[in-house]
Design a protein around this ligand. Structure first.
Ligand SMILES: O=C(O)CCC(=O)C(=O)O
Ligand SMILES: [Fe+2]
Length: 181
């Protein structure tokens, strides 16, 4: 399902068939357990570094940031939340935006969520371990829509992302800033 949706997004962006096969070779899953916590104000936001994330949540807790305000995303039975990550924002040259999100805790009940990430990897095994380069796709860049990001190695970006996430609050900027033209 994930690859199908990714290919449809690629088609919508005008990318050649199989574009994402050259940047995405990894799919991984994280199961999160948020224990009861009396202080939801401790929740911190982030956007995902990968291409796209599918999320299943059993109860309320997820919020996204829109126009500087946090908005709740109610769970819908048998439905996934689809989050776009930084990598897709770069490839689409900001046509598709990643979303800042956070999970607020609940003082009376624990919460479980399952996230499936489609991601780039530092190198592609099928291409003799050549480093994966992330950049605005040439198909989306035109003279009236020049690239807004430089091209860079995915492994460099992941290192910067992790360093950024470990910074103490308040954090200034976002991990994409160093790659902005
Ligand atoms: O638990 C959630 O709803 C969100 C999890 C999340 O943002 C993540 O795994 O990146
Ligand atoms: Fe996330």
């Amino acid at each position: 399902m994930g690859f199908k949706i990714l290919n449809m997004i690629g088609e919508g962006l005008g990318l050649p068939e199989g574009y994402f096969d050259k940047v995405s070779q990894e799919q991984y899953m994280a199961i999160h357990l948020y224990p009861q916590c009396p202080d939801p104000s401790l929740a911190m936001g982030h956007a995902d570094p990968n291409i796209i994330t599918f999320l299943q949540q059993d109860q309320y807790g997820l919020q996204i940031q829109k126009d500087g305000k946090w908005m709740g995303v109610d769970p819908i039975p048998n439905a996934f939340v689809v989050n776009l990550g930084y990598t897709l924002e770069i490839i689409s040259n900001e046509k598709l935006k990643s979303v800042e999100h956070r999970v607020v805790t609940n003082s009376s009940a624990a919460r479980t969520s399952i996230a499936t990430f489609f991601s780039s990897s530092p190198t592609l095994p099928v291409e003799n371990e050549v480093p994966v380069i992330i950049q605005p796709a040439k198909e989306v860049v035109t003279w009236s829509n020049p690239p807004v990001f430089t091209s860079f190695q995915y492994k460099d970006f992941v290192a910067r992302y992790l360093a950024f996430m470990c910074k103490p609050r308040p954090r200034v900027g976002i991990p994409l800033d160093p790659y902005r033209l």
